[in-house]
Design a protein around this ligand. Structure first.
Ligand code: GLS
Length: 820
């Protein structure tokens, strides 16, 4: 690989062998003969890391020397998965390392499995951040990712009698070879305390934040290796530590135990990731986490600006762009104002201009329950100065732009205010994010339209030019090259290399859909992955499934709006039909689920239990006779996704229209040749545009039809009475048949009937079931299905995160691509 020519000598098999054995002997103190598999994994990772670090240092130097603008990606979540194989393939030394290890009697593929997933995120939002980090390095963009070094990532899921049980995920109990401590860049963070007004010698007032508690932030750097590029950016994660000074005082007062208790409390700040996806939690610790990582990151950015350049503050935005990944880091806006006004003594208006030029904000959801608000009293206790600043921003905004545009209009002021006044004062973090940024984007075309029309209509009216769409994407390296190297090789053989870095080239594969020998090879690769997944299913679930059945996959967080229960009702209906008619004909299907529910989300957990209960009946019922299997793979995460996605035939993307901002699993599955059954929601709309209506299965109400239905008055009972199939399926599921207890799935049934069916499962059921019948017909015509699958892979070029990131770089950050 040309980009690595300068270190070619380091990348030979011999050099890698030497490096690995040196790490075994000198870093780990292990004998080659007796080293454990884990030792070999660590030594191999360190050998790779050595090669990568060299380039990380070079990248940093070059970025500094050229004085380029950098983007700083602030995200509370990064769902990285495993790093070794990705880093090997991205840096072009996978084959050499495989040979080096095999010459020493080791199998790289099994060492790779030793690495625990770095699961510092909940779902799509966190995985998107990880894909973006990959694309930023690959596209040679100067970037730093900032986040929290959680000691415990997303919980490990287990099923006990079909119910979800959560266990801690101690992902770095044994350390991690990929992270490097940077104690010289430690930061101090202040919290709590109160503010006082002081006056300078000219009688001008200013604010001081005093009697605070302090925390330290220790940065850990993880190198991010680009594909076929020399740029290595870093992901910098902050770990909370107690401030020694603070503890000393208590020590000196003689309370040793109390001092250590304070220390332990301080360190809980980076202890654990909040396990809610797309829901707000409102807990004090969460606010402290948000501020902690934001304050550390901004201090780091400001340090770099002050030490790297001798420039006035007005130039700050020309060196630093800061992207807010959802509202979670929105407290960065008042924090930068505090730094500029209170510490650097800038005029308010100048500071505000700098803020708006620096920040940009991505909205990831329209769900009302996910829009973060903070109780003002809580906010004031934790961050008293920041609340004052937010009030001041709000006052100037309402008296300025809003009054000028809508003089005397109290309604408009209420709608736009950063403070919600009903039911106790609350800070609206989304409004703060829009107002403090020069750009706000949605993550798919439909989502952005709804953002402008429904979520922020007044802001959109006031500042239309600040809104734009940037449709999500996924990295083709992890989601094709790493997880499906066989397909990656077939594509390269067919259309040449280059498509992994320029995804528009993938369309050249389209014509191979008509080539039967290509179709056979494409199909053989899919079948190979299905055989592999069948083995995993046998090992983890104890159920045998046929690789010739259709693998129908729904993998994503468990949430009512994603409608796993719609899928389940259809399964129950098939089960009933099979039992009622022993000759019922259908293509054999394996329904595969993977999903974690937030631990406090009662109904989601009830749905998990229902899926498992149906699975255990269906899988053991001889009357089913191989036509149906239901599998719930426990502990869904990045690594298991890498096994499921290449093996999927059908991709379930069945959210209620208007609820899924984008989805990214939909892109990964289609890229690997799965056909989508989906609603016109999120990025499905754009997938339809790309693949064409003949290569996708669309059903259900559109956003407009959903609105109409509600306007008319939605009554789920109407649908219950109108469809015998639906009625029998729901009632059977809620009976004692599946668990022996007729109350077990009452919450499930109630949510769909007496509680109003908020996500329109009943309304969409018939359309879904008949669309599934179309899917069945298509699968039974294998040549047709395989053509459709190839068209899906070939037409996914748009959904590379490289495209997304280049759009951010051009339309939001104004960043140049820098070859290192
Ligand atoms: C999410 C959305 O729910 C997804 O539709 C979206 O693909 C993802 C990335 O933009 O962001 N928002 C969220 O809070 N969690 C998500 O996965």
């Amino acid at each position: 690989m040309e980009a690595l020519a300068n270190c070619a000598v380091l990348n030979t098999t011999d050099s890698l062998k030497l490096s690995i054995t040196n790490h075994l002997r000198f870093t780990l103190g292990a004998y080659i003969e007796t080293a454990s598999e884990n030792d070999w994994y660590v030594a191999t990772s360190l050998a790779v890391r050595d090669r990568v670090m060299e380039r990380a240092t070079q990248s940093r130097r070059q970025h500094r020397a050229q004085g380029v603008r950098r983007v700083h990606y602030l995200s509370l979540e990064y769902l990285m998965g495993r790093l070794l194989e990705n880093n090997l393939r991205n840096s072009g030394i996978y084959e050499a390392t495989k040979v080096a290890l095999s010459e020493m009697g080791k199998d790289l593929d099994s060492l790779v499995q030793k690495e625990p997933d770095m699961g510092l995120g909940n779902g799509g939002l966190g995985r998107l951040a990880a894909c973006f980090m990959d694309s930023l390095s690959t596209m040679d963009l100067p970037a730093i990712g900032y986040g929290i070094h959680y000691e415990f990532g997303l919980f490990r899921q287990e099923f006990v009698n079909g119910k979800q049980v959560e266990h801690p995920d101690a992902w770095m109990r044994d350390g991690s070879p990929w992270k490097i401590a940077r104690p010289s860049y430690r930061q101090t963070v202040h919290l709590y305390g109160h503010t006082i007004q002081k006056f300078d010698e000219f009688g001008r007032p200013h604010h001081e934040w005093v009697e605070t508690k302090c925390l330290l932030g220790l940065p850990w750097d993880i190198p991010i290796v680009g594909y076929d590029s020399n740029t290595v950016n870093v992901l910098r994660l902050w770990q909370a530590q107690a401030d020694e000074d603070f503890n000393f005082k208590v020590f000196n007062e003689g309370s040793y135990i109390e001092a250590l208790r304070e220390k332990a409390i301080a360190e809980t700040v980076s202890k654990v990731l909040y396990p809610n996806d797309a829901t707000e939690s409102g807990k004090e610790l969460r606010l402290v986490q948000q501020y902690f990582f934001v304050a550390c990151s901004l201090a780091d950015i400001v340090r770099r600006f002050k030490t790297g350049y001798d420039l006035p503050w007005s130039e700050f935005p020309s060196k630093a762009a800061v992207q807010l990944n959802d509202t979670h880091p929105a407290v960065a806006i008042p924090e930068l104002m505090r730094i500029l006004v209170d510490e650097e003594k800038l005029e308010w208006s100048q500071a505000w201009e700098i803020c708006q030029k620096t920040f940009s904000y991505t909205n990831h959801t329209l769900l009302p329950e996910a829009l973060e608000t903070w109780n003002a009293a809580l906010f004031e206790r934790v961050l008293p100065r920041h609340l004052q600043i937010i009030f001041e921003i709000n006052k100037r905004f309402l008296e300025g732009d809003v009054e000028a545009r809508w003089p005397g209009d109290g309604e408009k002021k209420r709608a736009l205010s950063l403070i919600e006044e009903t039911g106790g004062k609350k800070v609206r973090m989304a409004h703060l994010s829009v107002l403090g940024s020069h750009a706000t984007n949605g993550v798919a075309a439909l989502h952005t339209r709804l953002l402008c029309e429904r979520l922020f209509p007044e802001f959109f009216e006031l500042y239309p030019d600040r809104f734009l769409n940037l449709t999500n994407g996924v990295t083709f390296r992890r989601w094709l090259d790493v997880c499906n190297p066989q397909l990656s090789a077939l594509i390269t053989e067919s259309i040449g290399s280059g498509w992994l870095k320029d995804s528009t080239k993938l369309i050249q594969l389209d014509r191979f859909a008509d080539d039967s020998s290509f179709r056979e090879r494409f199909h053989a690769i899919k079948r190979g992955h299905k055989v592999h997944l069948a083995k995993i299913i046998q090992d983890t679930c104890g159920v045998s499934v046929s690789p010739d059945a259709m693998f129908d996959v729904q993998i994503k967080r468990l949430h009512e709006y994603k409608r796993q229960h719609l899928n389940l009702l259809h399964i129950v209906s098939l089960y009933r039909k099979i039992i009622a008619n022993p000759n019922f004909e259908m293509a054999p299907r394996v329904f595969i689920f993977g999903a974690k529910a937030a631990p406090g989300y009662y109904l989601a957990k009830n749905i998990i239990h229902a899926i498992n209960a149906v699975a255990s009946k269906v899988n053991h019922d001889p009357r089913v006779n191989g036509r149906l299997k239901v599998i719930y793979i426990p502990n869904y995460g990045v690594s298991i996704a890498e096994r499921i996605i290449p093996a999927a035939d059908l991709s379930e993307q069945i959210s209620t229209a208007g609820k899924e901002a984008s989805g990214t699993g939909n892109m990964k599955l289609a890229l690997n040749g799965a056909l989508t059954i989906g609603t016109l929601d999120g990025a499905n709309v754009e997938i339809l545009e790309e693949v064409g209506p003949e290569n996708i299965f669309i059903f259900g109400l559109t956003v407009e039809e959903v609105t109409e239905l509600y306007a008319k008055g939605y009554n789920p009972w109407d649908f219950y009475h109108a469809s015998e199939d639906l009625r029998l399926s729901i009632d059977w599921l809620a009976s004692d048949y599946f668990t022996g207890n007729q109350d077990e799935f009452k919450p499930f049934r109630d949510s769909l009937l007496s509680h109003g069916d908020p996500f329109l499962v009943m309304a969409d059921y018939e359309s879904y079931a008949s669309c599934q019948a179309e899917v069945d017909k298509a699968y039974r015509d294998q040549p047709r299905w395989q053509k459709m699958a190839i068209h899906n892979t070939a037409r996914m070029g748009k959904f590379s995160s490289d495209r997304t990131i280049l759009e951010y770089a051009k339309n939001v950050w104004n960043l140049p691509q820098i070859g290192v």
